[in-house]
Design a protein around this ligand. Structure first.
Ligand SMILES: Nc1ncnc2c1ncn2[C@@H]1O[C@H](COP(=O)(O)OP(=O)(O)OP(=O)(O)O)[C@@H](O)[C@H]1O
Ligand SMILES: [Mg+2]
Length: 381
C-alpha cells in the first residue's frame, strides 16, 4: 500500500491538462484531483482540496500569473509542494522560497512527470521539517490488556508539555466515547469531509476533554465504522500530524486494514501485553507479521501492563517467549484505575504520585526522548 500522492494542476491550456491526465491514467500512485484554469482560483482550490503537490503553468494567462500562484501557495499553504511547468524558451529556476520546488519543462513524458511529482513529495515528507510530530499507537492483538486506559493516561501525560491529540482508532466499539463520556451527538471521524479536510474542519470535530487534550472520536454507532475508509484515516492523520506535537492512538484488538493504517503512520507502536499466555502468544505472532511487513525493530516497544500481577511466570519468561526485551512496565492498581475510569478522569492527573501514574509519566518522557528531535514516520514501503 504505497501512499497516494494528491496532485492539483493549475493550467489554462486544455490540451496540456489532458496530456497530463492521460499520462497519469496508467498509474495509481498519483491522483489528479482537479484542474484549475485560472490563477485566482488556485489558492482557494488548494485550501479546499488539500493536494500534496501542485503543478502550475508559468505562462498562465490572466490577472494572477503562474509565478504569483507559486508564491501565494508557498505563503498560504506551506505544506504543499509546487512544481512550475514551463517551456524551454521561458527558463525558470528552482527557488523554494518563492514556491518553486521543481521545474518541469515541456515536452515531458509520463516518466518525467511521475518522477518529479514523487521527488518533490518525498523531499517534503522526509527530514521532519513539515512533519515534526510524534505519533504513538497502542496495539495488542488480544483485548482487555489495557490499551484504552494506557492510551488516555499516556496522552494526558504527554499533554503536560505538548499539544496532544488522542485518536480513537477503535472504529466499531469506540472505547474512548465511553471512557470520556462523550455523548452520541459528539462528532467523530465520520464528520470529516472526505478528500477535502481542512484544519478548520478538524477543529470542529475534535472532542475537547476537560484534561486539556483533544480527541478525534470514533463513530457513535457500530454500523458507521464501515463509512470510514483507510484513505479517510490516512488523510485525517496527515492533517493531525501537521497541527499536533504528539498523537496517541487507541486501537481495537486486531491486525486489520484500519489498524494497519494507524500502525503504518506511527513512529512508535506500543505493544501492550499482560501476564497472559494467550496475549503473549498472539503478540509473538503479530511481531512475525510486523517483521514480514518490514517494520524496523526500532518502531516497536513492548509495554507490560499490570507488571506486578505475575500469574505464575516471570518477566524473563515473557521476554523469552517474545524473544525481545520489555521496554516499559506499568504496575497494577485496580482500585485507582477502576475509580478513575468510572469517573472518566485520567489517574495521571487525579493521583500523580501513585506508582502507576509515575510509570506512565516516565514512559511519556522516555518516548519523547526516544523519538525527538526530528521524528520521521517509518512506514513499510
Ligand atoms: N494497570 C492496571 N491496573 C489495574 N487495572 C487495569 C490496569 N490497566 C487496565 N486495567 C483494567 O483492565 C480493564 C481493561 O482495560 P482497557 O479497557 O483499558 O483495555 P483494552 O485493551 O482497551 O480493552 P478492549 O479490548 O476492551 O479495548 C479495565 O477494566 C481497566 O480498568
Ligand atoms: Mg480498548
Amino acid at each position: 500500500m504505497a501512499e497516494q500522492i494528491r496532485l492539483l494542476v493549475v493550467e489554462d491550456v486544455p490540451q496540456v491538462a489532458m496530456h497530463m491526465r492521460s499520462l497519469l491514467q496508467a498509474q495509481a500512485q498519483i491522483k489528479m484531483l482537479d484542474v484549475v484554469t485560472s490563477g485566482e482560483h488556485a489558492l482557494p482550490a488548494v485550501s479546499e482540496l488539500r493536494p500534496d503537490v501542485l503543478i502550475v503553468d508559468a505562462l498562465l494567462q490572466g490577472r494572477v500569473s503562474g509565478m504569483q500562484v507559486a508564491e501565494q501557495v508557498r505563503r498560504g499553504e506551506p505544506t504543499v509542494s509546487v512544481i512550475v511547468l514551463t517551456v524551454p524558451q521561458n527558463p525558470v529556476s528552482e527557488d523554494p522560497t518563492r514556491g518553486i520546488d521543481a521545474v518541469l519543462k515541456m515536452p515531458f513524458s509520463g516518466f518525467d512527470l511521475t518522477t518529479l511529482v514523487r521527488r518533490v513529495h518525498e523531499q517534503s515528507t522526509e527530514g521532519g521539517g513539515r512533519n515534526a510530530s510524534t505519533m504513538v499507537t497502542l496495539f495488542s492483538p488480544k483485548g482487555g490488556v489495557g490499551r484504552t486506559t494506557l492510551a488516555y493516561n499516556l496522552a494526558v501525560a504527554f499533554g503536560i508539555d505538548h499539544k496532544v491529540c488522542l485518536v480513537d482508532g477503535s472504529m466499531q466499539f469506540s472505547d474512548l466515547r465511553g471512557l470520556l463520556r462523550a455523548p452520541a451527538a459528539a462528532p467523530s471521524i465520520v464528520n470529516l469531509p472526505t478528500d477535502k479536510i481542512r484544519d478548520a474542519d478538524l477543529a470542529d470535530v475534535l472532542w475537547k476533554d476537560p484534561s486539556g487534550i483533544e480527541v478525534l472520536l470514533a463513530p457513535p454507532r457500530i454500523e458507521m465504522a464501515e463509512m470510514v475508509t483507510v484513505r479517510d484515516i490516512e488523510k485525517a492523520l496527515s492533517i493531525i500530524r501537521q497541527i499536533y506535537d504528539v498523537i496517541v492512538v487507541d486501537t481495537r484488538a486486531a491486525l486489520s486494514d484500519d489498524v494497519l493504517a494507524f500502525l503504518d503512520a506511527s513512529d512508535l507502536i506500543l505493544e501492550v501485553l499482560a501476564y497472559d499466555s494467550m496475549a503473549i502468544r498472539s503478540l509473538a505472532m503479530a511481531d512475525e507479521a510486523f517483521a514480514a511487513i518490514g517494520y524496523p525493530a526500532s518502531k516497536l516497544a513492548a509495554v507490560l501492563n499490570r507488571s506486578d500481577s505475575t500469574g505464575g511466570f516471570s518477566k524473563a519468561d515473557v521476554e523469552e517467549a517474545l524473544n525481545r526485551r520489555i521496554d516499559y512496565e506499568i504496575v497494577s492498581d485496580g482500585r485507582l484505575v477502576i475509580a478513575a475510569n468510572n469517573e472518566g478522569v485520567p489517574f495521571v492527573l487525579a493521583s500523580p504520585d501513585a506508582p502507576i501514574s509515575q510509570g506512565i509519566r516516565q514512559m511519556a518522557t522516555s518516548i519523547a526522548a526516544r523519538i525527538s528531535p526530528h521524528p520521521a514516520s517509518v512506514s513499510r514501503h
